[in-house]
Design a protein around this ligand. Structure first.
Ligand code: ADP
Length: 879
């Protein structure tokens, strides 16, 4: 079954393919029996060519008009036949179409030219089939007059029609039509067309409302043979009534229409049959459905016939093109123009909108400019900033109101010249302002000038700023600047300055007072300590030794307080210098620990030293000050701890990227009473004591931490605290240090007594205070020196001249002549006499910075402060 279907489909496809594509005749001859080339024939030929035209190719069509009706003799037919045969002798004809039996009859179908060709005969008249060979077809075309009459009468709404017939004597077709129409006899009048005159005559008398129907061929008795087209043309010119015809090719000019044999449909049918024949299929020789109702729009209009009456599915020719078609070009042009116009309008609207936008922007800018102006006004009024401008082109100076008011010059007096500004300034300001204006004109560089003007009785202080405005060539074209009235702040500054000076003077006075006081106290202290020292070095009973020690320790305590006060005043007056030098950390720690061993043991506390894995051996810093701070911290820790432990931990924190620099971090931790949070800031202030436990209050001056913190900061570090009440405190001293090589070591003062050999040394001790004289003298005598004394400077000078001592210890403040003066005199004498330089050591209770410098300037070699420390004295004497 499937096989069968497949074969069926393939066969059908092949058939369709062959029918549609391969069946193309190459050469085709069309033979008409009358000689004419009217539209009927052309339509037929064109349609036939169209239909047979395939993608493979199209046939070549040859056409012959035999004109048989004009020359109807047998000779003529023979001649024509011979002519045609001759003409196409070399052409292989595939198809020959005869447009009537009459035309076919002229030819001999057995002739080689026609024998192999497929032959078609189109016959309109009802004749018996012309069977010249088995390939001959008789295509009968019969215009359906019954329908034509019906169409004509319906479309004209006329009961009656005229049928223009050929001469009825020779036309059997007419007979047949008449028979056909016999039932409609009363409806149809036959008008035979015999000759032109008769026709004109007959037609001019017709009822103009009834349509006239033309039949096909006419031969007039006056010898004129007319084809239907010629007839139709003539008739339609003569008559006024609607004309209908039987062939579509006749519908032109005034012909209204008809139920016509369509030459194009006929050609379609014929082409189809030719294709079938060439493809080997059977052919249909009976033409049907080549009729259609066709109307001429123009003639319909002329006759005022309504299209409503026309039969269904009719075709209308010459229909006027729609307005759109007619005016397409114009329409295109209009559309184009409209497009351009609308483009223009859009452009105008857009540019208008742009314009409006720009205007809006301008308006907005103006508004914001006004606002800026307003703000500027408000700002300049509020801040009293004066604005000025100097136009280099016109050399005109412009001032705003604030400028006038700043300079106390009314606008009327102002002549817009730079000189009017310069002239009101004092000479110095004038020169400066002029120079700066010129500089700005040259370079465009901005500047600022502070100057003053006297307005009335007051002096106003003003600050002027300027900037150069340049053109596109980088030339300064004008200067624009401001002037600010700074009188208030200037006066304020001046007051502050005065207050500062006063404060500085007060601090200085305080420092000097403290220095003086400490000097005054130190001098007797020198005596007390020195005497106690000397006393202790003599053979004493146990009790006496104890008393001597008590004197020493009380005096030491007093000296500590004095030193604290002195340090503080030094720090506050900026006279305390940090003196960094390499020192050994180990020694420093040992010294501190040994100082507190006894006290720690006495309070039954534990002491722990802890240090990080790496601590540099020798560092560069101020060991004395570090020691001072740590002494204070450990002293406090012991003081405020009753049980538990005191820890000193040392850590070295190197600075990243530099192995030789870092910070030393000393933390003194105790398990004592702790410090309340609220007091932790206060304890670093001078004279503050904030023990949570009243038992501890007033043990000390409250200066230790304040000095320690300041010292730490002077060293570039800091002192900080963490503490909890009843748990303990931890003070951390941070000091930046650099690691120093071991050989740079500066041995710390040791407490090991130095006993120098001063034997045979003649030393002159100059001091107005007997006790001090004795103490210092005794210390030197203890070492074998030969000591002489002088009570004032002038005595010292004269003794020097007489005795030429090896060494002079010179007090500074003395009656008659002070130490500085006498030193200068000694140095002058030495110079005069060209004597070797004698060492002079200053000995003073003045411990303030500055004294040492003046001593050295006067020619002294060393400087010792009272109370004199035995070791320091010996060291100075030996150097
Ligand atoms: P003072 O010489 O009076 O001790 P400081 O400046 O050294 O003066 O200390 C100020 C106050 O800070 C002390 O009076 C004490 O109240 C508190 N203080 C200092 N160190 C400690 C500590 N380790 N534990 C508890 N309180 C301390």
């Amino acid at each position: 079954m499937t096989n069968f279907l497949q074969r069926f489909y393939i066969a059908t496809a092949l058939m369709v393919l062959s029918v549609t594509s391969s069946a193309v005749p190459t050469n085709m001859l069309i033979v008409y029996h009358i000689g004419n080339d009217d539209k009927l024939y052309q339509d037929f030929e064109n349609a036939l060519t169209d239909k047979l035209n395939t993608s493979v190719g199209s046939p070549t069509i040859f056409v012959e008009h035999l004109d048989l009706q004009r020359f109807s003799s047998v000779d003529y037919e023979k001649s024509v036949r011979a002519l045609v045969m001759e003409k196409y002798a070399n052409i292989e004809l595939d198809i020959v179409i005869f447009n009537s039996v009459a035309a076919a009859k002229v030819f001999d179908f057995e002739h080689p030219l026609l024998a192999n060709a497929h032959k078609f005969i189109l016959e309109r008249r009802d004749v018996s089939p012309f069977l010249a060979s088995e390939y001959t077809f008789n295509l009968r075309l019969h215009p359906d007059y019954t329908k034509l009459i019906d169409v004509a009468s319906r479309s004209t709404n006329s009961e009656h029609v005229y049928l223009l017939t050929p001469d009825d004597r020779q036309d059997s077709q007419l007979e047949r039509i008449k028979q056909q129409l016999s039932s409609d006899a009363q409806k149809v009048s036959f008008i035979p067309l015999i000759n032109t005159a008769q026709a004109i005559n007959a037609l001019s008398g017709l009822d103009q409302r009834s349509p006239l129907i033309l039949m096909s061929n006419y031969s007039l008795s006056d010898g004129e043979i007319l084809n239907p087209m010629q007839v139709a043309r003539r008739i339609s010119r003569i008559v006024n009534q609607p004309v209908f015809v039987a062939y579509d090719s006749l519908i032109f000019e005034n012909v209204v229409g008809g139920h016509v044999v369509s030459s194009s449909l006929t050609a379609d049918f014929l082409a189809e049959q030719i294709k079938r024949l060439l493809s080997g299929y059977s052919v249909d020789t009976q033409i049907d459905n080549v009729y259609s109702d066709v109307f001429n729009y123009r003639a319909l209009n002329l006759q005022r016939l309504s299209a409503d009456r026309l039969p269904h599915a009719h075709l209308i020719l010459n229909k006027p093109a729609s307005i759109f078609d007619l005016f397409l070009q114009e329409l295109m042009y209009i559309v184009f123009v409209l497009l351009i116009l609308s483009g223009l309008v859009v452009f105008m609207l857009y540019s208008n909108r742009l314009l409006r936008l720009k205007q809006d922007q301008l308006a907005n800018s103006q508004i914001s400019l006004q606002r800026i102006h307003k703000r500027m006004d408000v700002a300049t009024n509020a801040t009293q900033i004066g604005i000025w401008e100097f136009d280099l082109e016109t050399s005109k100076l412009y001032w705003d109101q604030a400028m006038h008011s700043h300079h106390g010059m009314e606008a009327e007096r102002f002549n817009q010249k730079l000189s009017s500004w310069l002239d009101i300034l004092n000479v110095q300001d004038k020169v400066q302002l002029e120079a700066l204006v010129n500089e700005c004109i040259q370079t465009g560089k901005s500047w600022k000038l502070r100057y003053s003007v006297v307005v009335g009785n007051t002096t106003k202080y003003l600050v002027c700023n300027v900037a150069g405005v340049k053109d596109k060539n980088d030339n300064v074209i004008r200067l624009v600047g401001t002037v600010l009235n700074v009188t208030d702040s200037e006066l304020h500054q001046q007051r502050l300055q005065e207050q500062r000076i006063k404060a500085e003077q007060a601090t200085k006075a305080k420092s000097e007072f403290l220095a003086n006081m400490s000097h005054e106290i130190r001098t007797p202290m020198n005596g007390v300590i020195g005497a106690a020292d000397l006393l202790a070095s003599t053979p004493l009973s146990e009790m006496q030794a104890q008393y001597a020690n008590m004197i020493k320790s009380s005096a030491g305590g007093l000296l500590h307080i004095l030193n604290d006060i002195l340090d503080l005043s030094k720090i506050e007056s900026g006279k305390l210098d940090i003196d960094p030098a390499p020192f050994e950390l180990k020694t420093l720690v040992q010294q501190i620990m040994s100082s507190f061993t006894l006290e720690i043991a006495r309070k039954k506390l534990k002491f722990k030293l802890h240090h990080s894995s790496y601590i540099p051996d020798v560092v560069n810093s101020d060991a004395l000050r570090i020691k001072q701070v740590l002494f204070n911290l450990i002293g406090n820790a012991i003081k405020f701890t009753n049980e538990g432990m005191i820890t000193l931990s040392i850590e070295f924190v190197p600075i990243t990227g530099d192995a030789n620099a870092g910070s030393l971090q000393f933390t003194v931790t105790d398990t004592g009473i702790g410090i309340p949070k609220s007091h932790q800031q206060r304890i670093f202030k001078s004279f503050e004591q904030v023990a949570s436990n009243k038992d501890y209050i007033a043990k000390g001056t409250g200066l230790g931490l304040s000095i320690s913190k300041k010292l730490a900061q002077l060293m570039g570090g800091d002192l900080s605290l963490k503490s909890e009440v009843d748990e303990g405190s931890a003070f951390t001293l941070l000091v930046p240090v650099t690691v120093a090589p071991k050989d740079s070591l500066n041995k710390l003062d040791s407490n090991v007594a130095i006993i120098p050999n001063l034997k045979a040394k003649r030393i002159l001790v100059v001091d107005d205070n007997d006790i001090n004289q004795t103490i210092v003298g005794q210390m030197l005598i203890d070492c074998g020196a030969h000591v002489q004394y002088a009570k004032d400077g002038s005595k010292a000078v004269s003794m020097f001249k007489d005795e030429h001592p090896d060494l002079i210890l010179m007090d500074l403040l003395m009656p008659v002549m002070d130490g500085i003066e006498s030193t200068k005199a000694i140095r002058a004498y030495e110079a005069e006499k060209q004597l070797p330089r004698t060492k002079i050591i200053a000995l003073t209770a003045h411990a303030l910075k500055g004294y040492e410098e003046s001593c050295k300037a006067a020619g002294m070699d060393d400087y010792l402060t009272k109370p004199v420390n035995r070791n320091e004295l010996y060291k100075a004497c030996m150097e």
